[in-house]
Design a protein around this ligand. Structure first.
Ligand code: APR
Length: 182
């Protein structure tokens, strides 16, 4: 499983699954969420509404992930995950951010996805410092890659792509990737 990073717009990535930085309502918002619903079209929201009416009456809990159609996006699925809001005095939330990546990869495996694109979850509206979020994201995905190399869990994933909206975020992710590969 290759881990890559690009600077760009996640709604333009031709991958099997695009991960959305959603909120618990699953009913849309700004940032990545807004872009995905805007570009993906109403089918995504309709599918989210069905999820709310069936399995997630109280909304999707933080750290969990669930898939819907990708509508008009150049992808097959959107995997919605809810990041934690940053709170400097509550370091335990880092586990919830790691869970977003772990659970999104688990859902991707369930779908049989081969390529997955992630945004920098929680680093926008939810205020998580980019470098710390990048460390958590990359460590979690690297752990997942090692586990899948040994066949547990069974996975068809060949690429996990981090899609960073701005040059600064891209540079931070690249710098953390170098730091972790030493
Ligand atoms: N492609 C890739 N990355 C993007 C895009 C895009 N089109 N748009 C924004 N980003 C980046 C932001 O610059 C930020 O680095 O995604 C990162 C996550 O930012 P948010 O989208 O604000 O997500 P988050 O911080 O997890 O907050 C989630 O914001 O949009 C609402 O409904 C959403 O309530 C939820 C909250």
């Amino acid at each position: 499983m290759e881990i890559t990073s690009v600077q760009g717009d996640i709604t333009e990535q031709s991958v099997d699954a695009v991960v959305n930085a959603a909120n618990s309502s699953l009913l849309g918002g700004g940032g990545v969420d807004g872009a995905i619903h805007r570009k993906g079209g109403p089918q995504i929201l309709a599918a989210c509404r069905e999820l709310r009416a069936s399995h997630y009456g109280k909304g999707l809990p933080t750290g969990q992930a669930v898939a819907t159609t990708a509508g008009r996006l150049p992808a097959q699925w959107v995997i919605h995950t809810v990041g934690p809001v940053y709170a400097a005095q509550d370091p335990g939330r880092a586990d919830l951010l790691a869970s977003c990546y772990r659970e999104s990869l688990r859902v991707a495996d369930e779908l049989g996805a081969r390529t997955v694109a992630f945004p920098a979850v929680s680093t926008g509206v939810y205020g998580w410092p980019t470098r710390d979020a990048a460390r958590i994201a990359l460590r979690t995905v690297l752990e997942g890659a090692r586990a899948r190399e040994s066949g547990e869990p069974a996975s068809r994933l060949v690429e996990v792509r981090f899609v960073l909206f701005g040059a600064e975020a891209f540079e931070v992710f690249e710098s953390v990737r170098r730091e972790l590969s030493q």
